[in-house]
Ligand binder design. Structure first.
Ligand SMILES: CCCCCCCCCC(=O)SCCNC(=O)CCNC(=O)[C@H](O)C(C)(C)COP(=O)(O)OP(=O)(O)OC[C@H]1O[C@@H](n2cnc3c(N)ncnc32)[C@H](O)[C@@H]1OP(=O)(O)O
Length: 194
């Protein structure tokens, strides 16, 4: 069972998550939040190239196909790669809240091995929000969206200001991102969150 630590249990006064009125429509592909992102970016040759799609409410579906560069044991996905796929899917939920947030805690269960060539079918939802804390859960299935669960995770994301990235990121990547109009447009979409 994942998510057993006390910090992953929402407090009694936590609110239900509210889908932002400008969130992408159910079924819409979200696209990468950053081209160099190891989870979703198209400019990372060894990245996961995870493709996430908005679901109903505050939920997401995503797919990721394990490639040879993602191995841990021979012919099997590395556990850290699978955790990355879960983290990325859970992080994509914040598009639907229009909130900038980073992973504070991620508890993962590895239920069955995932061979190279397998497509992992992921689904995630936000379960509760309490102040800056966003509680969410995800599963990854093999053999199809209704196949057996191979991995699952519970997470706590913490809302941050956009300055979090500007203040902590390496200067050259921050400058490149700030001179990219498409990247700025994506960041500003979040800044209008009331
Ligand atoms: C543009 C969109 C970009 C989206 C990118 C998505 C990529 C995929 C997701 C990721 O992988 S993000 C990268 C991995 N995560 C990080 O790098 C985060 C590193 N950690 C931090 O920067 C800070 O620790 C953090 C911002 C999470 C919190 O620091 P703060 O100083 O802002 O908050 P604070 O420590 O005051 O904690 C606020 C609340 O959260 C709680 N909290 C913080 N970290 C926690 C933790 N790890 N576990 C449990 N609770 C935690 C903390 O107890 C507190 O609870 P209370 O309000 O009830 O007192």
């Amino acid at each position: 069972m994942s998510g057993t630590s006390a910090s992953l249990q929402p407090p009694a006064d936590a609110a239900k998550p509210v889908r932002h009125p400008d969130a992408p429509a159910p079924g819409e592909l979200l696209g990468a939040h950053y081209g160099q992102c190891f989870g979703c970016g198209g400019e990372q040759p060894h990245g996961l190239h995870l493709a996430a799609r908005a679901g109903e409410g505050v939920s997401i579906t995503a797919e990721f196909t394990v490639r040879p560069e993602h191995q841990g044991a021979p012919g099997l996905a590395h556990g850290g790669i699978l955790a990355t796929a879960l983290d990325e899917t859970l992080g994509s939920l914040n598009w639907l809240l229009r909130t900038i947030a980073v992973t504070g805690r991620l508890e993962t269960d590895f239920v069955r091995p995932v061979p190279v060539g397998t497509t992992l079918h992921l689904e995630a939802e936000v379960t509760a929000v309490a102040g800056r804390k966003i509680y969410s859960t995800a599963t990854g299935r093999v053999g199809g969206p209704d196949g057996p669960v191979a991995v699952r995770a519970d997470a706590l994301f913490i809302e941050v200001k956009v300055e979090h990235f500007v203040n902590h990121g390496r200067e050259e990547e921050i400058q490149a991102a700030m001179s990219d109009p498409d990247q700025l447009r994506r960041a500003r979409a979040f800044e209008v969150n009331p």
